[in-house]
Design a protein around this ligand. Structure first.
Ligand SMILES: *Cc1c(COP(=O)(O)O)cnc(C)c1O
Length: 435
């Protein structure tokens, strides 16, 4: 029997592994948020996962709502994905030549997505976004791009830019090593603010190649935008011959098969995908109309390539996972479960300002007096100390969330109502401790 009600959680093996990892990797990790810096303490080293559950190196079991940051919409070690991958793998893992599996995944996606006509597979979300930006610049012959404070688009140079002080600013790079000349091509404005966008288009008339947005911003809290704002962006882009890029690396195949574009019924010019598309393997993609995609080499003169692009094993995992997503009722069931969890926790209501925002199968825990939060400025940095305490208490009760109060949680097909009930109980215990 899994033991979720631990009073004392042994994590000495994880701690020892972290000490060793620190000798090998900067900060002991291969991606910064994994280091647990924002919640404090040592990261847990994960040994295995099955369904909605994961086990750490010390044998502690958790119900997992991080789901590898979103990709695992079927949960861990899904049998259909594993069996398909096993079969493909035995015929070789990479050829650097076309395989039918690429056609199959493309057909599965394109025949069920009315927003794009052609696609190109890459190996990560970052790569997808980087390529989409280059495509937009190549297509329009313009250099500047417009992004929003509070959206994350991977670690692309020109997108590691945060807002400066004004409404429309070139801002500052949010990472060392990004040349100021790159930053000067990136305009950053607040989310859900039509005035700022209008001002940017006035100031940089005929200079903006693309507007890039997470239509459902889910990397800095869940900053839901009004449909009217997204429609406004569509209209502004059309009027200014600027391309609208929906970065759907999180929302793609999560907010329904057609992602946020389908949810809001708004036609972007380029869409980027990642996370779910690879069934737990490293896959990204960008897609658009035939007209726009024809600018990519070897058809056109925008260069983009990849040794492991369209990797057969990763394609297979993507096909297996997305085939499940296409089954009738799949997304409705995820949403029903998410509501069940959110309602169950919200009803507890023991701590002032505790909120859970959610959409589809994405949820975000926040401590705020506001009824809604739609831009980065509305998140109170001080509220993170409460999240930190809640986080560790939930771990003790067997619930694993992404280790930062700015990260969202995900419900997978594998989460059972029993898991959700246990999670609600864990929240009850942990929230009571916060009072
Ligand atoms: C995760 C994410 C990325 C980056 O994808 P990686 O696979 O981590 O490179 C880009 N954009 C959005 C919206 C994401 O959520």
């Amino acid at each position: 029997m899994p033991n979720f009600a631990r009073n004392f959680m042994e994590t000495t093996k994880s701690a020892a592994l972290f000490e060793t990892a620190k000798k090998y990797f900067p900060g002991g990790v291969n991606s910064p948020v994994r280091a647990f810096r924002s919640v404090g303490g040592n990261p847990l080293f994960i040994e295995k996962g099955k369904g909605a559950h994961i086990w750490d190196a010390d044998g502690n079991e958790y119900i997992d709502f991080c789901c590898s940051w979103g990709p695992l919409i079927l949960g861990h070690a899904n049998d259909k994905v594993l069996n398909a991958v096993d079969k493909t793998m035995r015929n070789g893992t990479s050829f650097g030549a076309p395989t039918q599996l690429e056609n199959n995944l493309a057909e599965l996606i394109l025949s069920n997505n009315r927003f794009i006509e052609m696609i190109r597979f890459v190996s990560s979300g970052t790569e997808a976004v980087m390529s989409a930006i280059r495509l937009a610049r190549g297509f329009t012959g313009r250099n500047k791009i417009l992004k929003f404070e509070g959206c994350y688009h991977g670690h692309v140079d020109s997108l590691l830019v945060k807002a400066g002080s004004g409404l429309v600013t070139f801002g500052n790079s949010s990472s060392a090593g990004v040349p100021a000349s790159f930053v000067n091509e990136t305009i950053t404005v607040p989310l859900n603010n039509t005035d700022a966008v209008t001002a940017a288009f006035e100031e940089f008339k005929n200079e903006i190649a693309c507007v890039i947005i997470e239509p459902i911003p889910a990397n800095n809290g869940l900053l839901l935008q009004s449909k009217a704002f997204l429609e406004f962006l569509r209209d502004m882009c059309t009027a200014n011959k600027t391309l609208l890029i929906f970065d759907e690396v999180i929302s793609g195949f999560r907010m329904g098969f057609c992602g946020a574009a389908g949810h809001y019924n708004i036609q972007p010019d380029i869409v980027t995908y990642g996370k779910i598309i690879g069934g737990g393997f490293p896959v990204g993609a960008y897609g658009a109309s035939k007209q726009i995609m024809s600018n990519i080499s070897p058809l056109g003169n925008v260069y983009q390539a990849g040794t492991l692009s369209g990797n057969p094993v990763a394609m297979t995992a993507g096909i297996a996972q997305l085939s499940e997503c296409l089954k009738p009722g799949f997304y409705e069931e995820l949403e029903t479960k998410t509501k069940y969890l959110v309602d169950g926790i919200t009803k507890l209501n023991p701590v002032k300002n505790f909120k859970i925002f959610h959409l589809g199968s994405i949820f975000w825990i926040a401590f705020t007096g506001r009824e809604s939060i739609s831009n980065a400025e509305e998140i109170e940095a001080e509220s993170m100390s409460q999240f930190k305490r809640l986080y560790h208490s939930l771990l003790q009760s067997g619930v694993y969330l992404g280790p930062s109060g700015y990260e969202v949680g995900f419900i997978s097909e594998a989460h059972s109502y029993e898991d959700l009930d246990k999670t609600i109980l864990a929240f009850e215990k942990s929230l009571n401790k916060l009072v």
